[in-house]
Ligand binder design. Sequence first.
Ligand code: SF4
Ligand code: SF4
Length: 197
Amino acid sequence: MAADENKVEIALLDSEFKHEVAREPGGENIKACFQCSSCTLSCPITELDDGFNPRRIIRKVLLGMREDVLSSEDIWNCAGCLMCYERCPQNVRFTDVVESLRRIALKESDAGRIKLGSSKPIFDRAFAGTVRRYGRIFEPEMMTRYLLFGKGPIGALGYTELGLRMFLKGKIPLLPHWIEGSSKVRRLFGTKGGGKE
Ligand code: SF4
Ligand code: SF4
């Protein structure tokens, strides 16, 4: 870990942050954390990523490091395996806490107040968007949206040749295919209209 990561900018602390997280569904127990590290020691992601540390994320929330937490990549790296959830002696339920942090981060990003630390939620939205519309994924639209919003127009242009080659080999379709009952899938997302019954 870089030395700078241990620095706390007092002026940037938001003492309301822990209450904000505790009000979110899933974040209710965050203030019960007593920093025992059982979550971090149980976490398989720490084997792959030295910097990932659930205990430290909670500590930062409790300290009020709002922008640091919400704009970090870490909150998108939890795999949701529930090991920490099972082993926490305080029933903090980190797996649910991280979901509440993601929701707050997305809200703040949509309002233009923070920059997300990962392109994963952009991929998730692009993926879910095509499933909502067609009942299944439609790769050209999903990847176009992901690359445009995740890498920007210039970054997306770099994938044009690859996309064209895949299309010419018949690997990706030109038009979407609606599954039977796609409107029922749309209802699962809470939206109506269009598509086949
Ligand atoms: S296991 Fe629970 S109490 Fe211990 S540090 Fe993690 S969240 Fe906090
Ligand atoms: S749920 Fe997330 S933080 Fe908890 S052990 Fe699994 S990967 Fe690690």
